[in-house]
Write a protein that binds this ligand. Structure first.
Ligand code: IPM
Ligand code: MG
Length: 365
C-alpha cells in the first residue's frame, strides 16, 4: 500500500516521541512491504517562532492532503504569556476544526504488568477496558463570543459553551456504534443539573439511544463520573463526553494506565481519505512535557500506540496495527520502562526494543 502520512512533531518532547513513532512506522512499512510517504511540518509554538502563526498554511494543506496525520504535542512555558495574541494550542484546535475531526477516541486499558504503577489498588484496576469518546469540535472550546471586555471598571472574560443537536447526535451515533463492537454500554457524561447545553446533550443522547436497544445507556453527571472513574472504572465501556469534560476526564483516566505517557488517541470525522477510510489525526494524550523536553527520556508508548491506531483506523491495516500493539505489550511485559514508570530506558532505547519485538513477531514473508 502507498499512503501519505503528515507528521507534526510540535513542541517540547513532541519531536522526541514523534521520531520514535516514525521509526516504528518505517519498520512496519519495510516488514509489510508498504510505502509510507512521511513528511514533517511545523505546528504550535515552533510555528509561531518561525512564521508568527500556530498553524501555517503549508502545514494545514499537507494535513488536508494526507491520508492521516500524526502529531506529537504543542505548547510550553515559552508561549504561555496569558496576554499573548497567538498561542500554540490554536494550531491544534484549528487543525481539529479544519479537518472536521468531531470525535476523539481515547482508549484506556491498563497493561497487566503496569497495574502496580498506578496509585489505585489492583482490585479496582482489574478488567478496566474503556474508551472515552470526546466531542472535539464544539462546546466551550469553540463557542462564540469569547473575549475580554471592560465591565463596571474591571476586566471581564467571556467564553461560551454551545452545542447543537446535530453536533451531539453525530458523536453519539459513533459512540453507540463503537460500543456494539465492545461491551455494549454507553455512559453519557454531562452537567445537566446546571447547564442548558448539558440538558440538550442528555435529551439528544437519550433519543439516539432508542435506535440502539441492544446497548445499555447510563447517564452520569460529570462530577460523579470523575469519582466513579476512580472507584469503579471496570464498569465502563464507552464514555461519551463533551469537549471540556472529555479533556479533563481523560487526564484522570490516564492514571489508571500507570502513566499519562501510555495513552493514545485518534480523532476522526466524516471526511474520508484516498483509501476511503476516515481521515484522522493521531496523537498521544500527554502534552509537550516541558520539564523533560530535550532530555531524551519521554515515554514514547502513547505516541507509538497512536501510530497503531492510525494504521487501523485511517489505513485499514489491522494486522500491522496489531503487530505494533503486541510489540509494545511485549516490551511492557518484559519490564522495559522509561523513567515515568520507574525505569531507566531512554526514548530511543525503548523504541529499539519495540522495533526488535516487531521484527520477531512478524512471520517470515
Ligand atoms: C488534549 C490537550 C488539548 C486540549 C490542548 C493542548 C489544547 O489538552 O488534547 O487533551 O485541551 O484538547
Ligand atoms: Mg488534555
Amino acid at each position: 500500500m502507498r499512503a501519505k502520512i503528515t507528521l507534526l512533531p510540535g513542541d517540547g518532547s513532541g519531536p522526541e516521541v514523534l521520531a520514535a513513532s516514525r521509526k516504528v512506522l518505517a519498520a512496519v512499512a519495510e516488514a509489510f512491504d508498504h510505502a509510507f510517504e512521511m513528511q514533517e511540518y511545523l505546528i504550535g509554538g515552533c510555528a509561531i517562532d518561525e512564521w508568527g502563526t500556530a498553524l501555517p498554511d503549508d502545514s494545514l494543506a499537507a494535513c488536508l492532503e494526507a491520508d492521516a496525520v500524526l502529531l506529537g504535542a504543542v505548547g510550553g512555558p515559552k508561549w504561555d504569556d496569558p496576554l499573548a495574541k497567538v498561542r500554540p494550542e490554536q494550531g491544534l484546535l484549528g487543525l481539529r476544526k479544519q479537518l472536521g475531526l468531531f470525535a476523539n477516541l481515547r482508549p484506556v486499558k491498563p497493561h497487566p504488568a503496569l497495574l502496580d504503577a498506578s496509585p489505585l489498588r489492583i482490585e479496582i484496576l482489574n478488567q478496566v477496558d474503556l474508551v472515552v469518546v470526546r466531542e472535539l469540535t464544539g462546546g466551550i472550546y469553540f463557542g462564540e463570543p469569547r473575549h475580554r471586555v471592560q465591565l463596571n471598571g474591571e476586566e471581564q472574560a467571556v467564553d461560551t459553551m454551545t452545542y447543537t443537536e446535530s453536533e451531539v447526535r453525530r458523536v453519539a451515533h459513533l459512540a453507540f456504534q463503537l460500543s456494539r463492537e465492545r461491551k455494549g454500554k454507553v455512559t453519557s457524561v454531562d452537567k445537566a443539573n446546571v447547564l442548558e447545553c448539558s440538558r440538550l446533550w442528555r435529551q439528544t443522547v437519550t433519543a439516539v439511544a432508542q435506535q440502539y436497544p441492544d446497548v445499555e445507556l447510563e447517564l452520569l453527571l460529570v462530577d460523579a463520573a470523575a469519582m466513579h472513574l476512580l472507584t469503579r472504572p471496570s464498569t465502563f465501556d464507552v464514555m461519551l463526553t463533551g469537549n471540556l469534560f472529555g479533556d479533563i476526564l481523560t487526564d484522570e483516566a490516564s492514571v489508571l494506565s500507570g502513566s499519562m505517557g501510555n495513552l493514545a488517541s485518534a480523532s476522526i470525522g466524516e471526511t474520508r481519505n484516498r483509501l476511503d477510510m476516515p481521515r484522522g489525526l493521531y496523537e498521544p494524550i500527554h502534552g509537550s512535557a516541558p520539564d523533560i523536553a530535550g532530555m531524551g527520556i519521554a515515554n514514547p508508548i502513547g505516541m507509538i500506540m497512536s501510530a497503531a491506531m492510525l494504521l487501523r483506523h485511517s489505513l485499514g491495516l489491522e494486522a500491522e496495527a496489531r503487530a505494533v500493539e503486541s510489540a509494545v505489550n511485549t516490551a511492557i511485559a518484559d519490564g522495559e520502562r522509561t523513567p515515568d514508570l520507574g525505569g531507566t530506558h531512554t526514548t530511543e532505547s525503548i523504541t529499539e526494543k519495540i522495533i526488535e519485538n516487531l521484527a520477531k513477531s512478524i512471520p517470515d514473508r
